[in-house]
Design a protein around this ligand. Structure first.
Ligand code: UDP
Length: 572
């Protein structure tokens, strides 16, 4: 039976465990995993016999109950309930007319209400002040974004959490300067992550200090010319001051677009891990790496490659099934989602795994292992998708895809690394591929009223395994959230437990780039910078991400948001 810690139980009880309307009794975590497994295994009936269905239901149950794998929150919350909307990620097109904009707003509201997050590229909207047919003046993309923001503020996902949005504007849109500054007061667009869609041409223009043309999206005519470097500086200033905007590297994204004949990608889901075509949806799941280690903290430690392989195989089948048992808000979403059958298998508990293995996050060894591990996961994921294609058929757009003819796959993409914000709490491990944020910290705003106190489990286990666990050390960890000033600890222990802000931004980025090499979609990663980071550091991080073939980058300088969700140290 799943061993879920106190924080995990708080999160599950508040938002995930199904509550019977009349009796008020909710299910146990085990019952939740059964509900999800049974519902997702129903897809087997389309392809096999009843025995297959039961056998797979058992396997799906097992990988969740043992916390080896968890699907994204909408699947955990909704599978087998009246709201059978199971995807976390959507991108919707925004066209340049009132009817289309408000129709998009409605679809977004329905998606968010059902538990999904939405991304929008606003670049087709004519610039502010432009003429409109009735003789008036256009409001421009940023004004419309504010309407979407208010919608999100008032719609709760499955009645359980606030929605999330990604807003993108192309670097050559005439309103790009307004967009770049749109979150500078810290008050606007609080339900949006914003990213500038930059091109290789723009990155070259910065390098050569050339001018940059802003182009009217409808006429294709040049509206304004400015210095590429001054625009870049304003992006950097805003990213430094409030974490937004991030960047999306559109050319790199499209170099990896598996279906360019179906469409060009200009946007991602809210947290950036899935570049999607208009109307496309994707469902995600994450493998818990902290469970993939034998003899943790000991000299005989090793990775359980067989368990990892089996978990990948079962998880890919699970995610492929989700596409078929899912319900779709509108036919356009169903059509393209089933046409490409994108899924995104990722990881969580990476920092915990490294600690179990005794490898510091900020080390070449960790980066090399990241590459090796993700390559292994991607290989197995593709193998499973190819096997599924043999019995279930390739994804319908396969012949129009870049996989044709060499890779007969069931899914246009198989991997993506999500932030795992909630599911990592349920699994009780570090999130995604992030280093430990702190060894002890308080997390606000997770749920409406409460905050959660976290103490890293791998630290306690490590201290015990090495016979260096004392009350004094525990007090120090609780007070500060790091081991920097605790006396008497070996140097390698302090190295091993360096936290997000003690790790240089380039080491953060190296992990993102290593995982990206073998990830079909993208990576959601926060590149943490200390509060003293300069504009020069931010310039360097952005350029390193682009030249290192990231698909996007999000920075966060400590303290730059007044309502920071995570704060180091618990202070009791
Ligand atoms: N997401 C959302 N609202 C939220 C958090 C996440 O809509 O409050 C969506 C969003 O598309 C994000 C994706 O879920 O990119 C995955 O986020 P995460 O891994 O943190 O979700 P979890 O499954 O842990 O809840």
């Amino acid at each position: 039976m799943a061993r879920i810690n106190d924080n995990g139980m708080v999160v599950l009880k508040e938002r995930y465990l199904f509550r019977h309307e009349e009796t008020g009794i909710s299910e146990s975590p085990e019952e939740m995993f059964r509900r999800v497994a049974n519902s997702v295994a129903l897809a087997e009936l389309n392809f096999g016999d009843e025995n297959q269905n039961l056998a797979w239901a058992e396997k799906f149950f097992k990988i969740m109950d043992e916390l080896l794998f968890l699907p994204n929150s909408p699947t955990l919350m909704n599978a087998g309930t009246p709201n059978q909307q199971l995807s976390a990620c959507f991108v919707l097109p925004v066209e340049d007319n009132t009817e289309a904009i408000f129709s998009c707003l409605k679809t977004a509201a329905l998606i968010q209400k059902s538990g999904g997050g939405t991304g929008f590229d606003f670049s087709k909207i004519r610039p502010k002040g432009d003429n409109v047919a009735n003789g008036g003046k256009a409001a421009g993309p940023v004004a419309f974004m504010k309407i979407f923001d208010v919608m999100t503020e008032n719609i709760r996902q499955s009645g359980k959490r606030r929605g999330a949005n990604m807003g993108v504007l192309h670097i050559n849109h005439p309103d790009v300067e307004e967009f770049v500054n749109s979150k500078s007061t810290g008050k606007n667009l609080q339900n949006f992550n914003i990213s500038v869609g930059v091109t290789d041409a723009f990155m070259h223009a910065i390098k050569h200090d050339s001018s940059w043309d802003l182009i009217h999206p409808n006429t294709g005519k040049k509206v304004k010319e400015l210095s590429a470097r001054s625009l870049w500086q304003s992006i950097i200033r805003n990213a430094k001051n409030n974490g937004d905007p991030g960047l999306l590297f559109l050319d790199e994204i499209n170099r990896w677009n598996p279906t360019p004949k179906i469409g060009i990608i200009s946007c991602t889901n809210p947290c950036g891990e899935v570049p999607l075509l208009p109307y496309e949806a994707c469902n995600l799941g994450s493998i818990n790496l902290a469970k993939m280690v034998a003899s943790p903290y000991k000299k005989t430690v090793k990775i359980k490659w067989d368990l990892l392989e089996n978990t990948v195989n079962t998880a890919i089948r699970f995610l492929d099934n989700v596409i078929d048992v899912n319900t779709y808000i509108i036919p356009e979403v169903e059509q393209i989602t089933k046409g490409n059958r994108k899924i995104g298998l990722g990881v969580m508990g990476w920092a915990d795994m490294l600690i179990e293995l005794g490898i510091p996050y900020a080390s070449d060894e960790a980066v090399a292992l990241a590459e090796k591990l993700m390559r292994f996961i991607k290989d197995r994921a593709w193998q499973t998708s190819q096997n599924l294609a043999k019995t279930r058929g390739v994804f319908p757009n396969w012949e129009k895809s870049t996989h044709f003819p060499d890779f007969p796959l069931r899914n246009a993409t198989c991997t993506a690394i999500a932030p795992t914000g909630s599911i990592s709490i349920i699994a009780g491990v570090s999130s995604s591929i992030e280093p430990l944020f702190a060894l002890a910290y308080e997390q606000r705003n997770v749920l409406d009223k409460r905050s959660l106190k976290h103490i890293n489990f791998s630290l306690i286990e490590y201290l015990k395994a090495n016979s260096i666990y004392t009350e004094e050390i525990l007090n120090c960890i609780n007070a500060r959230g790091n081991l920097k000033e605790s006396n008497g600890l070996p140097k390698e222990t302090k190295e091993l437990f360096r936290t997000a802000l003690e790790i240089n931004f380039s080491d953060h980025l190296k992990h993102q780039l290593a995982f990206q090499m073998y990830t079909d979609n993208a990576i959601s990663k926060t590149i943490n910078l200390s509060s003293s980071a300069s504009k020069y550091d931010i310039d360097k991080a952005f350029k390193m991400a682009w030249s290192g073939k990231a698909k996007g980058i999000t920075l966060y300088r400590d303290g730059s948001k007044s309502k920071q969700v995570l704060n180091s140290g618990i202070g009791f």
